[in-house]
Every structure is written in structure tokens, then in C-alpha cells.
Design a protein around this ligand. Structure first.
Ligand code: NAD
Length: 364
């Protein structure tokens, strides 16, 4: 096992000759081909290999005329000096082994969400990457959509005021997974979005989870997470594989404005409502009024901001390239992957403990 810090070698080579980053994608199942397409379209990368245990699957994804090499030999890919970085799109249970092997071979690593199957495994990857000076990034895809970037701006700039609540619904007739429940399958999206958009100093401190398995799948197919934030705000996440209709809606309520994101409405994904509830402060009230809290309703304009339509994965892989070239941690680095894992593990503990509220130790 080599312990030489590989970043200097790889970065110098990439930066010095201006050549694109040599990349291999591992996993040619449902998601891997999306990475393949984006790496092939990017001037920052040169896709060298597509590796899958099922080499015929890799071959089918690449087609007959590709110069990218299909293979099932991960060791050979990792031994190839033209490969500077690896993107891991295999099932979560394999992320530790594949990503660790890549890091130990001196490669920069992009891992699909969730970063690993457990917090402890994720921490091993983060530690290994740090010790070797390599870029480790987690594909929290939604954080690279123009709409989520706009939501982040709205919360960070104070446009929404103080965050009161966030409510996210992600339901569909989804593929019932055999190895993970609906929380581990879908909630990484909502948790990573939450991690990305929350203003400085605001973070979840505890979570409880309710789940149901009405079809006997062996784990929850419908689940509700409630997160308490250190600011007193609340976040709720509803994930469901059994809904006959698809809903992807997030509401972010602030003291000044409320934002509604409907991801299934491309012509108006985002609406910002100048509507809300004002409660008069005690100093403004007479003694009689103070007995009944004085609530007044504001109804103002609604604005639908224009948003660029750019594929999130295009932005995501350019962030990976920038991380490799500059050494700056990616927006969704290993630490953000760990925060999501901390919340997922706390949610699982809650499910196993009668939906008790469980502290999320390592978010802050
Ligand atoms: N970012 C997103 O929006 C998004 C969406 C879907 C899936 N994902 C993630 O992508 C990953 C893959 O999911 P999927 O739905 O494509 O899974 P999948 O089961 O469709 O495909 C996984 C592929 O990996 C291959 N594989 C497994 N172990 C391997 C190994 N050790 N070496 C080489 N190949 C191996 C399998 O043969 C299979 O072809 C998961 O982590 C999932 O959470 C992310």
C-alpha cells in the first residue's frame, strides 16, 4: 500500500500540461451512464474507462464506436497512470471498498450519494483522502441545480428573513430497493439540500423518523423525518416509493417571504411569495390585546425568478475538476457527505427506537 501523497503528482501533471483529467467511471447501471455522458461532454475530463462487474453492461453503455475502454478489472484501472480520478456509481454498500481502493492508488474520487453505507465508513474515506491530500467529493446532485443555488442565495442573503420551516416532499411510484430503505434511498437528496441551503450557524440538532412497510418489502417504503434545528426552526421530509403520483415540492418559510419549489413545473420551478404572518411584539399591544396574541396576515406579490436551465451533473463535474486543480474543498465535499450520513444514521436509530427524537451529533 502506497502512502505517498498523490495530489502533488496528479495536480502538477494536470496543471502543467493543461491536459484534461483522466477519469474512470465505476458502475454502469442506472446512474453511471449519466456520469459517462457528462464526462464525455466536458473539456476538463478525458474518460478512459467504464468499469462494471458486468463488462457487457459497460460495453452496451459505451456503444460500438467509443474509444473509452469497457472493463471489469478495477485493479487494472487503478494501476493505469493515465487515470487521475475515479467516479464511483456502484451501490452504496460497495462505496467504501471501491473508493478506498481508488484513494490508496492515489486517485481523486467522486462518490455517488450516499458517501458510504455508514458514518464510520464515510469517515474512513474522508480521513484517507485528507491524509493523502486527494480530492474526495460526494455527488449531491441537487446542490448543483440553478434552483437550489437560488434557494441558498435567498436564505443566505436574508431575502426570506429568518428561517421558520422547510417542508420537502419527494414521492413517486419508485423502484423498491432491496438493500436500503426509502430513507437511505431518497432522503440523502433532501438532507444534502438542507445542508447546502441553511444559513451560516444554522444546522439540524436532532431527528425523528416514522416509517411504514405496508407491502412487506422488509424495510420502510414510506417515511417521514422531522428535524429540529438549533435556531428553533423545523424541517420535515416526506419520502415515499408507493405514491401513484409524483410530487417533488419544497416549501421554505421565512419571516419575510416564503419560497415554493415545484421541481415538476419547469416553467415556474420557483415562486417567492411576499406573504406571511406578522405577530405584534408585546410592546405594541395594550394589556387587553396581549391576552389575545395579535396576528396579522400579509398578502403581497409573488415573484417567479428566471433560472438558467443547465444540467446539474454538468456543474457538478466541473466542481470536481476545480477541486482537483485548485485543492479547494468541493462544495459537496466529504464533510457534507458525512453530515448527511450522520442524519441518516440518527433517522435509522429513531426508527429502531419507536420514533424517538435522536440527536445528530456531527452536523455542526
Ligand atoms: N445522484 C443521483 O441523483 C443518483 C440517482 C440514482 C442513483 N444514485 C446513486 O448511484 C449509485 C448507483 O446506483 P444505481 O441506481 O446506478 O445502481 P445500479 O444497481 O443500477 O448499478 C450499479 C452498477 O454497479 C455495478 N457494480 C457493483 N459493484 C461493483 C464493483 N465492485 N465494481 C464495479 N462495478 C460494480 C453493478 O454491476 C451495476 O451495474 C448509488 O450510490 C445511488 O445512490 C445517485
Amino acid at each position: 500500500m502506497s502512502t505517498a501523497p498523490a495530489r502533488e503528482i496528479v495536480r502538477a501533471r494536470v496543471a502543467d500540461d493543461g491536459a484534461p483529467i483522466g477519469i474512470a467511471v465505476i458502475g454502469a447501471g442506472y446512474w453511471g451512464p449519466n456520469l459517462v455522458r457528462n464526462f464525455q461532454n466536458s473539456a476538463s475530463f478525458h474518460l478512459r474507462f467504464l468499469c462494471d462487474l458486468d463488462v457487457d453492461r459497460a460495453r452496451r453503455v459505451l456503444g460500438s464506436y467509443s474509444t473509452v475502454e469497457p472493463t471489469n478489472d478495477l485493479a487494472a484501472v487503478l494501476a493505469d497512470p493515465t487515470v487521475d480520478a475515479v467516479a464511483v456509481a456502484t451501490p452504496a454498500g460497495t462505496h467504501l471498498d471501491v473508493a478506498m481502493a481508488a484513494l490508496r492508488a492515489g486517485k481523486h474520487v467522486l462518490v455517488e450519494k450516499p458517501l458510504a453505507a455508514t458514518y464510520a465508513d464515510g469517515l474512513r474515506l474522508v480521513t484517507e483522502a485528507e491524509q493523502r491530500g486527494l480530492t474526495l467529493m460526494c455527488d449531491h446532485t441537487f446542490c448543483y441545480t440553478p434552483v437550489v443555488v437560488r434557494i441558498r442565495e435567498a436564505l443566505h442573503s436574508g431575502e426570506l428573513g429568518e428561517l421558520h420551516y422547510l417542508d420537502s416532499v419527494r414521492i413517486n411510484l419508485g423502484l423498491v430497493q432491496r438493500d436500503i430503505d426509502v430513507i437511505w434511498d431518497l432522503a440523502p437528496h433532501d438532507l444534502s439540500i438542507l445542508d447546502f441551503v441553511l444559513p451560516e450557524g444554522v444546522h439540524p440538532v436532532a431527528v425523528n423518523a416514522h416509517g411504514a412497510d405496508p407491502i412487506g418489502a422488509g424495510h420502510s417504503c414510506v417515511a417521514y423525518l422531522t428535524l429540529q434545528l438549533n435556531s428553533g426552526a423545523i424541517a420535515h421530509i416526506h419520502v415515499n416509493w408507493l405514491s401513484p403520483i409524483k410530487v417533488r415540492t419544497t416549501i421554505v418559510g421565512g419571516s419575510k417571504r416564503t419560497l415554493v419549489w415545484d421541481d415538476l413545473n419547469p416553467t415556474q420551478r420557483l415562486s417567492i411569495f411576499d406573504r406571511g404572518v406578522d405577530v405584534a411584539g408585546p410592546e405594541e399591544l395594550s394589556e387587553e390585546q396581549r391576552r389575545d396574541v395579535l396576528v396579522s396576515y400579509r398578502t403581497g406579490d409573488m415573484v417567479a425568478p428566471a433560472l438558467a436551465e443547465r444540467e446539474a451533473l454538468t456543474n457538478m463535474i466541473e466542481e470536481f475538476a476545480t477541486g482537483i486543480w485548485t485543492g479547494r474543498p468541493a462544495l459537496t465535499d466529504g464533510q457534507s457527505g458525512l453530515r448527511v450520513l450522520a442524519a441518516l444514521e440518527a433517522a435509522s436509530r429513531s426508527l429502531a427506537n419507536g420514533s424517538a427524537m435522536i440527536p445528530i451529533g456531527d452536523w455542526a
